[in-house]
Structures are given as C-alpha cells and as structure tokens.
Design a protein around this ligand. Structure first.
Ligand SMILES: Cc1ncc(C[n+]2csc(CCOP(=O)(O)OP(=O)(O)O)c2C)c(N)n1
Length: 360
C-alpha cells in the first residue's frame, strides 16, 4: 500500500502540477491527500472524465505536468479525447484509473462489463496499461514514464492508504433537511400520481430511493452517471409523466441533457430535482466545489420553469411540488439543498435486473 500523503509530496517534488479528478472510492485516500495539500499540487475537480482529459491535454501543451484520476467506468467517457486528441497529437499524461471489479449477483452491475473487458477497451484506444505498484519509488517511475507514452495506470482498493480530509475542507449542511426526509415526503406526495415514472440517479440518491420510495414505478439507475435527466426525457417523449431525482455531481456530468430537454417543454412533463449536498457522497464525500453555479439560472436559460429560489425546507418542497403536480405539461426544475444521510443499502441485483425497469 502506498502512503497517500507521502505520495502527494513526492509527486510535488517531481514537478507534478495538477490533479484532475472525477472521484472513485478506491482513490479516496489519494484524492483527500491532494485536497489537504492543494498548496502543493492544484486539485481540479472535473465534471466528467472527458473534461479531465481535455484540460490535462491543454496543460501538457502548455508545459505543465498533470495527472488524471478516474474510475474504470469513466474510461468510456474519455474515449473521444484519447482517440481523437491525445492519440493523434501525441499528448501524453498519466491516467490513474481504479479498476472496479464485479462478483456475479452483485448489485454493482454497472461495473460488470468493464470488470472483464477494461484492458481490451484501453488497447482499442491505442493505449497500454500497467498495474501501479504498491512501492512508492517504482510507482513514481511509472507515473513519470507515462509522460512519454500512452499509458493507463490501474489501481485497486488497496493501492493507496486511507487519508482523512482536513476539517477545513468539510462542508456544513446541518441547516438543511436530509435527502431521506425529502424523499419520504415525496413518496407521500406521489401516492396519488399513479402514472408517474420516478428515476433515481447513480450514487446515493438511488440507494435512498430504493429504501424509502418502494412501491412506486421507480427505476434506480446504477451507472450511466449524468444520464438520468436524458433517460427521463426518453420516457417523457414516449408520453410518461416523469420525475427525476439527481445529485449535484451527476447533474453536471452530461449537462447537455438539460439543454436538449429544454426544447420540449410544450410536449412533455418532467420534474427534475437536483438534491444538492455539495459533495460526491457515494465516492467518499469529496466536495464538488460547485458553489459558483446558479443551477436555477442555468435551468431557466435552458428552457425550464424553475422556482424563484432554492428550496431549503420540507414545507417549501411540499408547496412547490403540489403546484407542479397540478400541471399537465412542462419542464420543472427544483434545486433542493440537503444534509448528508447515513449510508443506505444498494438496490439488490435482482431488484435492478428483474423488475421495475420497464416504464410501460
Ligand atoms: C462515468 C462515471 N464516473 C464516475 C463514477 C463514480 N461515481 C459514482 S456516484 C459519484 C458521485 C455522485 O455524487 P452526487 O451526484 O453529488 O450524488 P451523491 O452521491 O452525493 O448523492 C461518482 C463520482 C461513475 N459512476 N461513473
């Protein structure tokens, strides 16, 4: 196991300038160590892996030494950047990628395909791969070598030691109700909405919905991060009243879904609720650093109807939803601030595979 804190300090001595990150729980220690030491190496939280690789390319072209840190599911997102920018233009930078595994029957079915086929995918991009060793000096050499060849460095759960985030970087959400409280209320409010399709996005949102919102026509999506809104547009274009529960990190991953949907306000009925807990709760609570975004303005300018202000209480949540449920058509966007919940169990594999994923 590599000591995360020491590794960051060594990377700094090796002139590494930036860490571009879409979090994974396997690299949590390394990410936390980087955030704690962001005076040494700049920490850049990225909305998607495609964005991380494009930024890294620009940094390399400008003489900097960035590292990209992602999980295996994110390698699919970076395909276009790697094959059509980095590859033809020979732009090299290390990519540290956690290789998610899968056991038959596990509910993490989003990792099933790449658990077996990741190496083939990497090769098909024109890249090589190697396992990052657990020995600091060797790992540093592997990182340095990856600035002169197309290389992906694979890690597992045990590669980096745990590292707690310094208190100064943790968020205080204690003023807001927990998402579970909003979901319990939502569950009551939709009881009379018999035909409503409810979609929960990857991460903790789906897990909480699974525990709290059983019995409705729900789809708890695991994987396809960033795709919940567009999945909902598909169901809405097919005539379903659709409600989507998203998270702040997942919302920005494929933000174009918001603008595409914005065209169809007169044709469909969609409610999108962004449950904003300011962190990537499901991958270890890394801050999303998105306070600069005005989600309501973003939605409004993309063609959505929004509330006048951000929702921060259960009564406001109830009032707004009751108003929206009286409508027949339109796109309704709610920005809801919520506190962190304890961990909820994942939907079981059979729950995901066998049932509830037909909206018919
Ligand atoms: C393409 C891709 N990249 C990264 C991940 C790992 N991942 C799963 S959930 C998640 C964060 C979700 O955070 P947010 O949307 O804020 O919801 P929260 O878990 O905080 O409720 C990440 C980064 C993934 N599943 N897919």
């Amino acid at each position: 196991m590599i000591n995360s804190n020491k590794f960051i300090k060594e990377l700094f001595k090796n002139q590494i300038s930036h860490l571009l990150v879409v979090p994974c729980s396997f690299s949590k220690g390394l990410i936390n160590a980087c955030i704690n030491n962001s005076d040494l190496i700049e920490y850049i939280p990225c909305a998607s892996e495609a964005i991380a690789c494009s930024i890294a390319s620009g940094l390399v072209m400008s003489g900097k030494k960035p590292i990209v840190i992602v999980q295996s599911s994110g390698l699919t997102n970076m395909g276009s950047c790697l094959t059509s920018l980095s590859n033809p233009y020979n732009i090299f930078f290390p990519i540290i990628c956690s290789w998610r595994t899968y056991k038959e029957g596990d509910s993490e079915i989003q990792h099933k395909h790449l658990a077996i086929n990741l190496c083939e995918l990497i090769n098909s991009y024109g890249y090589e791969y190697e396992k990052l060793t657990n020995k600091m000096s060797d790992a540093l050499q592997q990182v340095n070598r990856s600035f002169s060849k197309k290389n992906i460095l694979l890690i597992d759960k045990e590669t980096f030691s745990n590292c707690d985030l310094d208190k100064i970087h943790s968020v205080n959400l204690s003023f807001f109700p927990k998402r579970s409280s909003y979901l319990s209320l939502l569950n009551k409010l939709i009881k009379s909405e018999k035909k409503l399709v409810c979609i929960g996005t990857t991460g903790n949102t789906s897990r909480e919905m699974y525990s709290i919102m059983e019995g409705n026509a729900n789809f708890y999506m695991t994987g396809n991060m960033g795709g919940a809104l567009s999945l909902g547009l598909g169901s809405a274009l097919a005539g379903k009243k659709t409600l989507i529960c998203g998270g702040d990190a997942e919302f920005v991953m494929h933000l174009g879904g918001l603008t595409t949907t914005g065209r169809y306000g007169e044709k469909v009925f969609i409610i999108y609720i962004i449950f904003d807990n300011e962190v990537n709760k499901s991958t270890g609570g890394q801050n999303t650093y998105q306070k600069h975004i005005n989600y309501l303005d973003l939605a409004k300018s993309s063609g959505w109807t929004t509330t006048r202000s951000v929702i921060k209480s259960l009564p406001d949540f109830e009032t707004e939803l009751k108003k929206i449920f009286k409508k027949i058509k339109g796109l309704y966007f709610l920005h809801v601030k919520c506190n962190l919940d304890n961990d909820y169990p994942r939907p079981t594999a059979s729950e995901i595979i066998n049932s509830k994923y037909s909206f018919k």
